[in-house]
Design a binder for this molecule. Sequence first.
Ligand code: ADP
Ligand code: MG
Length: 250
Amino acid sequence: MNLLEINHMKKGFDGTGVLEDISLSVKEGEVVSIIGPSGSGKSTLLRCATMLEKMDGGELKYMGEAAAWEESGKCVYAGKQKLKEIHKHFGLVFQSFNLFPHYSVMKNITDAPISVDKVSKKEAEERALKLLKQLGLEEKKDAYPYQLSGGQQQRVSIARALALQPKILFFDEPTSALDPELTGEVLRVIKELAKEHMTMIIVTHEMQFAKELSDRIVFMEQGLIQQEGTPEEIFTAPNERVREFIGKFT
Ligand code: ADP
Ligand code: MG
């Protein structure tokens, strides 16, 4: 089943097209990496797919249910209740961690499950501890974000997203804000999740990582998917633009 389905998504800002016509489907358990030059619309795509930003046209579906669709040339969103349900299906991890600075690690992770999901405090904390253990951060549960390295903060934000038990996880350049020596620990965590068949869509400039981990790689440029395929297809038979782009990283 397609967990996510995007059909002919369009988005512009002030009359300038950013997403021209994007169609992308993601199946349960799939890992899809999105690569492409800066400004090509990768973040806009993730923001529209997670409804942080409204799209101008096209269709967005989670588990076969329409979140947004086009009606007489305009984009219409589902009702509040439906959107609330749909929101539970996905989590998002940003480049810049976005942890609450005045909350402990534990509270950062349990806040949404308790307030949004109505999970009991006890259960939320048990869940959080399990995640922290899994991500190698158990001893940091009472620390505050400023006491953590960037890599640890990013792992906490991954734990926070996982605490809501999403079916699909989006990452927008999860290691771009990190010093090179800290990217490894975050990439390792994402690799572990892939092994556990977590469905993920990852915008990244880490080519080797994308190659190893992805079921599919999508190359975006100028608001369009210019090439899409397995890592093997993308790296052994890239089209001219992809070859040029990948070449910059090797
Ligand atoms: P990428 O993530 O691939 O680097 P973005 O999606 O961030 O690209 O940006 C694509 C284009 O959209 C850029 O030209 C950017 O300036 C523009 N853009 C993104 N967000 C906004 C916004 N909120 N308002 C105006 N322009 C935006
Ligand atoms: Mg971006």
